[in-house]
Ligand binder design. Sequence first.
Ligand code: PMP
Ligand code: GLN
Length: 381
Amino acid sequence: MQLQSKQPHIGTTIFTVMSKLANDHGALNLSQGFPNFECSSKLIELVEKYLRKGMNQYAPLSGIQPLREIIAQKTSELYGISYHPDQEVTIVSGATEALYAAITAVVQTGDEVILLEPNYDSYEPAVRLNGGIPVYVTLTPENNYQIDWSVVKAKITEKTKLILLNTPHNPTGTVMSKDDLEQLAAIVKDTNIFIVSDEVYEHIIFDGHNHWSPIRHPELQKRTFVCGSFGKTFHVTGWKVGYCLAPQQLSEEFRKVHQWLTFSTVTPIQYALAEFLQEPDNYLSVSKFYQEKRDKFISCIQGSRFEWTPASGSFFQCVNYANITDENDLALAQRLTKEIGVASIPVSVFYHQKNDYKILRFCFAKDDQTLEIAGERLSKL
Ligand code: PMP
Ligand code: GLN
């Protein structure tokens, strides 16, 4: 038997590779993005409550009503935009599924999809598995990864079907602005271009920045699939519960894909999240919490030879190491894991041609002691 690979150039994701290396060498794992502290005990109690209440059979395809309702209510309160909980909010098994389902709903063979790189590693394979053609716009650290919309505009052809956005951004920690939305709206107006907006770090945003989701611009809202997740917001990355917000016709197509991917999402956790979301402070307090973590990490590497622009959102801090060594970033990330016991992610993996700008990404969703020890080790380089 010979299986012809549909993804011949794809290996195992860098997150798995670096986490394994960290475990093998007993290193502090600031690579893969997940907290090393517990979620709220209230949330655990709620899951237990619904497990014991017998909420253990299939949830409806679109997700349980109370969770869809509270997500619609929260979106309306925060941004003044209405989504109908029955037709326009869908609960899925993590943002990874939301992204895959949205891309699959839209992209047909030969369609071009604009990806702003560096980008999260699941986008391109999802585009390609659907017969789409990725078209890259490269963002660089020299201007802190700002998007030059004239470059985006120049890449648009009659085959362009979709633009993928991510704000706050993994890996760079940048956020989009209102002006970005206006420039994008001027580009897509009078086109049939859709938008998939990855907003898993919506509630991890710093220094008074606003979350400028494309849904806040009417020209963009009507063509946008928002992909969200509770994993980051509530320190439960292993639960894999996320959602998609999209206008009715887009949601209908999204649900057609979702039903063949997973059909429905883990039931007791949906009930627990629906109840936990009733208290806005549970998500509104998260930005402050992570801003303190960012500041803590930065204070721990203050004496180092790294250079950085503080992250505006997400739980990642990128640093430039050009003052320390000219090794490539993958080699350095591996060496630091083995030799000083601190694992990170080399940012070149998020570029399709592995551009090496001498940047490492550190996840600061860690307890203070871990950040302090990591900072001490990194400061000796
Ligand atoms: N998008 C981005 C930008 C991410 O960092 C992640 C990582 N968790 C995901 C999507 C996937 O989210 P989930 O774990 O909910 O599938
Ligand atoms: N989003 C996480 C990160 O960027 C990892 C998710 C995963 O391991 N697939 O590190």
